[in-house]
Every structure is written in C-alpha cells, then in structure tokens.
Design a protein around this ligand. Structure first.
Ligand SMILES: NC(=O)c1ccc[n+]([C@@H]2O[C@H](COP(=O)([O-])OP(=O)(O)OC[C@H]3O[C@@H](n4cnc5c(N)ncnc54)[C@H](O)[C@@H]3O)[C@@H](O)[C@H]2O)c1
Length: 400
C-alpha cells in the first residue's frame, strides 16, 4: 500500500495496516514536510514523496489509500487508477456525482479495484444488525432512527474542512458514516430524500448540522440527525457513557474553552491540527498504544441508532447488541466488536485483488451514498423532496 495524505484520518489506518500480514506500507506522500519526515522515520525503507504523482509512479505500490482532503479524492483516485493502482478512497468519495463518475470510469478503464472506505457501516455491530435484519427473526425492517450529537465543529480544522465548496462541514465529513450505515441496513435503494442543513456559527461558517428523512423503495424510512456543535452529546445518553468528544476526548468543560477560542479567534487551529497527526502524543495515546482490553462502545460519530423491525428493535449495547422483542430483551455479545478503522475495508480490497472476490463497497456503492449527501443539500436549498436515480442494492451475499 501507498498512503496519499498522511493526516489525522491516516493515523487511524496505519496501525491497522501494520497489523495485517497481507498489507505492507511501502510508500507515503504528503505535501507537508513535517509529516513526511515522521513517516520516513517510522517506516524505514518506505518511499516518501511530496506529491501524489510521485507515489503513483512508484512500481512497488500495488494499491493506494487516499486520505487527502475531500476535494482531492477524485483527482487522486483517477491519477492512481491511470497508473494501474487499486484504490481505497476515504469518505466522502468525492464532492459531486461528476467527480465520482470519473473515479468509477477510471477504475473500470484501467481494470483496477475501487473501494469507497472508512465509514462506520464497516463496524462489526452494524454488520451484525444487518445480518439480524436479513435473517428475518424480527420480521421485516420498518424504520431506522439515528441521532449523533458530537463536537465535530470544535475539533481542530483546516480551512478546507469548513468550506462546503471543497467538501467541508459535517454533512460531507460525517454524513457518510450515517448514510452508508442507513443504506447498508435498509438494503441500499433510497427512493427519496428530504433534508435540511444548518450553518449556525458566523465565526465558523460551516455546515454543523443536518437532518434528513429518507424513504427506501420498499417503504422503509430512515431519520438521520447530526449536530456537530458539541453542546448536548449523544455519548452521554447511554448508562456507561460520558461527555467526552470525538477525537481528543474533550470534556464539557474543555469544550467551553475551545468554543471560546474559536469564537474570539485566539485558537491556533494549525497547531491544534498538527498535534493530532503522525508523531504526536495524541497519535501515540489514541491509536498506537491503545489498551488491548476491549473497550465499551460509545455513541460517537454514528451516534445512537435504533433499528425497528415489525417484531422488535435492535440497538448497540456495551459490547454488542440489545435485541428487544415480545419475549423480552436479549443482549448479544459480539466478542471483539471494536471498530478497527480500515480493517474491514482493507480486507475487502485484498480479497478482491488477490482472491477475485467482489468489491461490495464499490465505486457505484459510494456514488449512491454520495447521491444521498448531495440530495440533502439540494433538498435543503430548494425546500423540497428529492428523488434519487443512482441507488444500488447491497446483495445478501455480503453477509457471508
Ligand atoms: N480527521 C479524522 O479523524 C478523519 C477520520 C477519518 C477520515 N478522515 C478523512 O480523511 C481525509 C483527510 O482528513 P484529515 O482530517 O486526515 O485531514 P488532514 O488535513 O489531517 O490530512 C490531510 C493530509 O493531506 C495532505 N495533503 C493535502 N493536499 C495534498 C496533496 N495535494 N497531495 C498530498 N498530500 C496532500 C495534508 O498535508 C495533510 O497531511 C478526509 O477525506 C476525511 O474525511 C478524517
């Protein structure tokens, strides 16, 4: 693998790549010299580039993980595909359907695999929910309700992360987690969307909120809400929860100070962002020296999700799922159910490249999720329901 864009997102993926015997990190590219130096020091023998072009010309690279800012996903994926590399794109796949189509076309034309990765739809509890839905044990699926209240807007952010024109804000960045999950559980085929987005802070004028109502072709509905302003937190709404935020684990008190710094302009965003990247104390504590002990699930990026079937509900428990039906409440322990960011995605890509298995989270799958995102924007702007035309189903074989 080669990694293009060695930022905060990449810090979550690198330990998983290291842990997989199928994967070897052979190259990295970033425009930031500090990051390149830290990457070169960690991966002795790996090739280090200051551009995506350099990395894509490297004959030792079979596949690339693209974790550059959102506006580069499409150009970098096309570049990599044209160089004969298989591609995993970070979420969101692209900024719009035209960019996404270019990625699919480039992968097809060059005979390489394209996988749209790194959403919480790949997390073991979500995959287990889907298997229960499809087993029919609770009767037909009827509705999905999903609420995430987080501190996304309070995290250290580069300017591009806050500018909708280049893929900034919670809808582009967090929407893929919730909407990929809703599509996976609902089967994939969203018929229509009504949504609203909110930009409520003049000091940080980005989409910090969205709310959407999705109807699937078969009449199943999904209500999806995301609030990144960091006041109420869904992480507190489970008995074992707490008020810590998404990445830095800030408490409610910390958020008061962070919010003040953002609003009065005294916060050094660039330094705060750099303090989350490769070689930082944060990276060490959060991603490289995590306790082997299994940690209880907390409602973070995906938030709280309740799956309603005709004869029961499913939701996440500490280490698995609660299934509540007429006969009572069952807790199903999923063992090591932790989400190991990137692990399932990389396994799916490897299986496709080496064993000829299908790519389930394909370019077409990613495009369909992106279509929901862009439909929420359109619906919010025009205050109308939007019909979708690029939806694809997730086949039952996916559940194994
Ligand atoms: N922040 C997170 O926790 C997180 C988590 C999961 C996924 N992601 C995804 O990862 C992607 C990047 O987000 P991030 O938070 O890591 O941002 P980031 O700014 O921390 O990382 C992006 C990196 O790409 C580099 N870069 C920028 N332009 C480049 C170019 N043209 N060529 C090569 N390198 C370039 C930057 O120097 C930076 O190091 C986004 O698509 C985001 O959705 C982020």
């Amino acid at each position: 693998m080669g990694i293009i864009g060695i930022g905060v997102g990449a810090t979550q993926i690198m330990p998983q790549m290291e842990a997989m015997p199928e994967i070897e990190i052979v190259a990295g590219a970033d425009t930031n010299p500090r990051v390149r130096e830290a990457f070169g020091a960690r991966y002795e023998g790996a090739h280090v580039y200051d551009s995506a072009e350099g990395l894509c010309a490297d004959p030792d690279v079979d596949a690339v993980w693209i974790s550059t800012p959102n506006n580069f996903h499409s150009p970098h994926a096309v570049l990599a595909a044209n160089a004969g590399k298989h591609v995993v794109s970070e979420k969101p796949m692209a900024l719009n359907m035209k960019e996404a189509e270019a990625m699919v076309e480039a992968a097809d034309r060059n005979g390489v695999k394209l996988l749209c990765g790194h959403t919480l739809a790949f997390s073991p509890p979500v995959m287990a929910m889907r298997r229960i839905i499809n087993s029919g044990e609770l009767g037909p699926l009827r509705a999905l309700n999903n609420w995430a209240f987080t501190d996304w807007m309070l995290q250290a952010r580069g300017p591009e992360e806050l500018d909708e024109a280049v893929g900034g804000g919670v809808l582009y960045r967090q929407g893929p987690h919730q909407l990929d999950t809703a599509r996976l559980l609902g089967g994939g085929l969203v018929r229509s969307v009504r949504g609203v987005t909110g930009k409520w802070w003049p000091e940080r004028y980005a989409v910090g909120y969205y709310s959407a109502f999705l109807e699937f072709e078969d009449g199943v509905t999904a209500s999806v809400v995301n609030n990144g302003y960091g006041y109420a937190m869904t992480s507190e709404l489970v008995p074992w929860g707490d008020d810590r935020g998404l990445i830095v684990g800030a408490t409610g008190e910390d958020r008061v100070a962070i919010r003040k710094g953002i609003k009065d302009g005294t916060r050094d965003e660039a330094a705060a962002k750099d303090s989350l990247k490769i070689g930082s104390e944060h990276e060490r504590v959060m991603w490289r020296e995590r306790s082997e002990e299994r940690q209880p699930w907390r409602p973070t990026n995906l938030g709280i999700l309740i799956v309603t079937c005709e004869r029961g509900d499913i939701r996440q428990s500490r280490f698995g799922l609660y299934i509540e039906r007429d006969g009572g409440k069952e807790e199903r322990d999923l063992g090591d159910a932790q989400y190991r960011a990137g692990r399932e995605d990389l396994a799916e890509l490897y299986n496709a490249v080496v064993n000829g298995a299908p790519v389930y989270h394909s370019g077409e799958w990613g495009m369909a999720t992106l279509e929901v995102i862009t439909a929420i924007m359109e619906s919010s702007r025009d205050r109308k329901e939007v019909r979708l035309t690029h939806q694809v189903a997730m086949p039952l074989e996916y559940d194994g």
